[in-house]
Design a protein around this ligand. Structure first.
Ligand code: SAM
Length: 833
């Protein structure tokens, strides 16, 4: 349907372009390799600003040459590609109503016109669909973002990308970042956990997979929980995924390694009477473990990493990565699939983590050989051997590591993952009994019980090979397909993990609750074993070096998330509210409202999530819009305000999300939920809005789901009147081209209504059918007119799409400068909305 519910804030953040990472600031200039300066002396200062970063780092070269990351004869090509800016890539959102149109516009218009115009570089498939991505839905343009911005011939294409991204019809996403969800094999009935999800480009893909076959009026049985430890990045994810208009998403804010399972072990008492959920524990069919990493696979997109790169970044993250992956596997159902991925090239963050997981889990999991899947994706096998560097010194096995360094460099970073004198990993599968309850290998945590033979250290500097099938892991390197670098491994859970599956410890910010026995118990378990080191789990953040890769990623991923948005400026306290326009005025007004600090169960500063059970309000809504009983409301409506008398927004949740929410209530609100469901109704707050018999209007996000069930306050407009509405935003009843439409509009109740496009413009049956292609917008029936309640950009996009669809249609023209029904001076205002 038209109008996918993006707000003015989103547009504002879209405009607040992210700093160009290829741009060097003055302060950088001393730290970088000097670039040839071809500028004339008059503007040399300005030009310096635009010189690219130095793209070399000797520590990087030494590290990766020694690791044999590519064959020596490939090294120069590898580095050459790493120094080139990354081509732009994007995905068409398959859930968009216009996905087929957009694909055909790309295939038939842009591909041909760019080639015909002979832009530099266009000879070799300037823009092309990625051959391995299903249904030509993902594209790569071999122009860099800079070229797109600077070259006039490409401007139209750039504008197209910007607009469609903003509307939500496409998502800018780095090519390699699109890969991991494809190996998850997600189906619409799956429960999926995205453990480190922000800013959400992969969550978006997962949601598309969940919604793939669902009709607009039916929701899939599956759902996605998207989690991230960083609350600001969670906000960005919420913002990003709003465009999906999904009732099947819950966003949470936890340390992934401590993600709660909400296991129902005993009966709970809650203030509300909660229905028994359909599930008794949070277990997932699919888990995506796209962990925080050093991010050197994104060097082409974020060349500032050249300067920041240090070997300690990867070493410092290894343990956290193992922990997160282990938690993911324990939350995975038997028979389920988990994908582990990083945008790092470092084996310590990749193969070493995979080997440690295999070591800990024994026969309960298998690393899958997925070479038959996505055969057109060029990838290389994982490494079987690597070394560890620390403080400039190389170690080929753990026994090479000086005792004084063993708190930072752990056994699991090495191919064999064993200490001197211990069994080799090949013995492991037959000696699961050796594994302690907690899944640890049983090796000493502080090195004190290790065999310490100083003589042996000198002559044992031999390289180790892993005996695990690490060749099943996938490495994507930049010069194979002109992309960034990525690492992916796919696991299949065969049985429960041999180890006692650790319960999460109580993370920071969680308060004691009256019914919080579970959490109290967990406090006692706050000593968490991390990769062979005994540390307080609440302090796991300290494992991350100060120059955290997350900081790197915060920058990098922004581009994908919202085409140059700045998460730091994301709205946290202020929320936007749309109000009904006053009659005769242009579209909706945006009003900023201050929000109070809220509590969600034991979580401080988080809005509560409560089931909305006010039958009087619900019945009024149903009666006003004539929503038939086939649409399930009961138990599917929630709010974020514990004072249900002052609810401003009502959200709709799928059956799957409802089950999780009920489980969470019964389990003592272990989940810290930052967002749930789909905003379906919003309270009218303007003077006119409150005089409507229904206090709530339908939000544009909720409209697609509700549309098939609305029988009142709905009008079908001819193409010409529909277009006029989009163009002029407010039209008086008497001024519609189709006078009958104007009359029917005047008979609606004052308040929110829905205008549907009658594509053919022919007379319709009494109850016309809607389907996925039906175009509808939320409007306001005022005293004398109908006003659209859709953002200007959505109106513009819909108008353009309609023109493509109905270009042959003969429109009765309205005077450009003085449309009917819009008084002088109101056009500009209307267009501003
Ligand atoms: C590689 S990014 C994820 C990108 C995301 N999957 C996407 O496709 O848009 C890693 C994310 O992990 C988050 N993170 C870092 N440490 C975490 C932890 N302990 N638990 C959960 N998330 C964490 C960071 O905030 C960051 O958003």
């Amino acid at each position: 349907m038209g109008g996918r519910g993006r707000s003015r804030t989103q547009r504002k953040h879209f405009r607040q372009s992210r700093e160009n990472v290829w741009k060097r600031t003055k302060t950088d200039s001393t730290q970088h390799q000097q670039q040839p300066d071809t500028t004339d002396s008059n503007n040399s200062t300005e030009k310096k600003h635009w010189e690219p970063f130095a793209t070399q780092n000797s520590a990087f070269d030494e590290y990766y040459k020694e690791q044999g990351i590519v064959d020596p004869e490939e090294w120069d090509t590898f580095i050459e590609f790493l120094r080139k800016p990354l081509p732009a890539a994007f995905r068409i959102n398959s859930s968009s109503q216009f996905s087929v149109d957009i694909r055909s516009q790309l295939e038939n218009d842009f591909v041909k016109s760019i080639q015909a115009e002979g832009v530099d570089g266009s000879e070799s498939e300037a823009i092309r669909p990625l051959p391995w991505y299903p249904e030509n839905l993902a594209w790569q343009s071999n122009f860099s973002r800079m070229q797109l911005r600077k070259n006039q011939t490409l401007e139209r294409f750039h504008e197209f990308l910007k607009q469609e991204n903003e509307i939500g019809n496409i998502t800018r996403q780095e090519t390699v970042s699109m890969v991991p969800p494809l190996f998850l094999d997600v189906r619409p009935d799956h429960f999926v956990l995205d453990m480190c999800a922000a800013p959400g480009s992969k969550t978006f893909q997962l949601l598309e997979m969940i919604h793939r076959s669902a009709e607009p009026e039916s929701l899939p049985n599956g759902m996605v929980i998207a989690n991230d430890v960083d609350v600001q990045r969670c906000n960005l994810l919420i913002h990003q995924t709003k465009r999906m208009c999904t009732a099947n998403l819950i966003v949470t804010n936890h340390e992934a390694q401590n993600f709660p399972s909400c296991h129902l072990r005993r009966s709970h008492t809650t203030r509300e009477i909660i229905e028994e959920p359909g599930i008794s524990e949070l277990l997932f069919d699919r888990v995506l473990c796209d962990v925080p990493c050093s991010g050197d696979g994104t060097l082409r997109k974020a060349p500032d990493i050249w300067r920041k790169w240090a070997v300690g970044m990867g070493n410092g993250l290894h343990c956290l990565q193992v922990q997160i992956a282990m938690r993911g596997l324990s939350l995975l159902k038997v028979g389920g699939r988990m994908v582990y991925s990083t945008c790092s090239m470092n084996p310590v963050e990749n193969e070493a983590v995979i080997a440690e997981i295999l070591r800990r889990c024994g026969r309960s999991i298998e690393l899958l050989d997925v070479s038959a899947e996505l055969p057109q994706l060029v990838r290389r096998p994982g490494l079987k051997k690597w070394k560890v560097q620390d403080k400039g010194a190389w170690s080929a096995s753990y026994e090479d590591v000086p005792v004084t360094r063993r708190s930072g460099i752990v056994q699991s970073m090495f191919p064999c993952g064993k200490s001197f004198g211990k069994k080799s990993e090949s013995d492991h599968a037959t000696t699961l009994g050796d594994i302690k309850d907690n899944g640890d290998t049983g090796n000493s945590v502080d090195g004190s019980s290790l065999t310490e033979d100083p003589v042996a250290l000198t002559d044992l500097l031999k390289e180790e090979d892993s005996t695990f099938p690490l060749e099943y892991c996938m490495r994507i390197v930049p010069h194979d397909q002109n992309t960034g670098a990525f690492f992916i491994a796919v696991f299949h859970k065969l049985s429960s993990l041999p180890a006692f599956e650790k319960k999460p410890v109580r993370p920071r910010g969680q308060l004691n609750g009256a019914n919080d026995n579970e959490a109290d118990k967990l406090v006692d378990e706050a000593k968490e074993d991390i990769c062979g080191m005994e540390v307080d789990a609440a302090d796991t953040g300290e494992q991350i070096p100060e120059e955290t890769p997350c900081a790197v990623l915060t920058n990098n991923e922004m581009v994908e998330a919202a085409l140059d948005t700045d998460p730091i400026k994301m709205p946290k306290i202020e929320v936007e509210e749309m109000q009904a326009p006053r009659d005769g005025e242009s579209g909706p007004e945006i009003v900023k409202v201050k929000r109070k600090l809220q509590m969600q169960g034991k979580w401080r500063g988080v809005d509560p999530v409560v089931f909305f059970k006010d039958d009087i309000v619900v019945d009024k809504i149903k009666a006003f819009y004539g929503i038939n009983d086939a649409f399930p409301f009961n138990g599917h409506l929630v709010t974020r305000n514990s004072d249900t008398n002052h609810v401003k927004r009502i959200y709709y949740i799928s059956k799957s999300a409802k089950d999780v929410l009920q489980l969470n209530f019964l389990a003592g609100q272990q989940l810290k939920i930052t967002s749930i469901g789909l905003k379906m109704f919003e309270r009218q707050t303007s003077k006119e809005g409150t005089s409507s018999t229904c206090a709530f209007r339908i939000s544009s996000e909720g409209l697609p789901l509700l549309l098939p069930h609305i029988t009142k306050q709905i009008l079908w407009a001819s193409p010409v009147d529909f277009k006029h509405l989009l163009k002029y935003k407010t039209i008086k009843f008497a001024d519609f081209v189709d006078a009958e439409f104007g009359e029917r509009a005047s008979k609606l109740m004052l308040g929110c209504c829905v205008v549907v496009l009658n594509k053919g413009g022919q007379p319709l049956p009494d109850s016309p059918q809607v389907d996925a292609s039906t175009i509808a917008i939320g409007c306001w029936r005022g005293r004398n007119s109908i006003s659209v309640m859709v953002t200007a950009i959505d109106c513009q996009e819909l108008l353009e799409r309609l023109l493509v669809h109905m270009e042959t249609e003969k429109e009765s023209p309205l005077p450009e400068n003085q449309p009917l029904g819009v008084r002088d001076g109101e056009i500009a205002k209307a267009n501003d909305n």
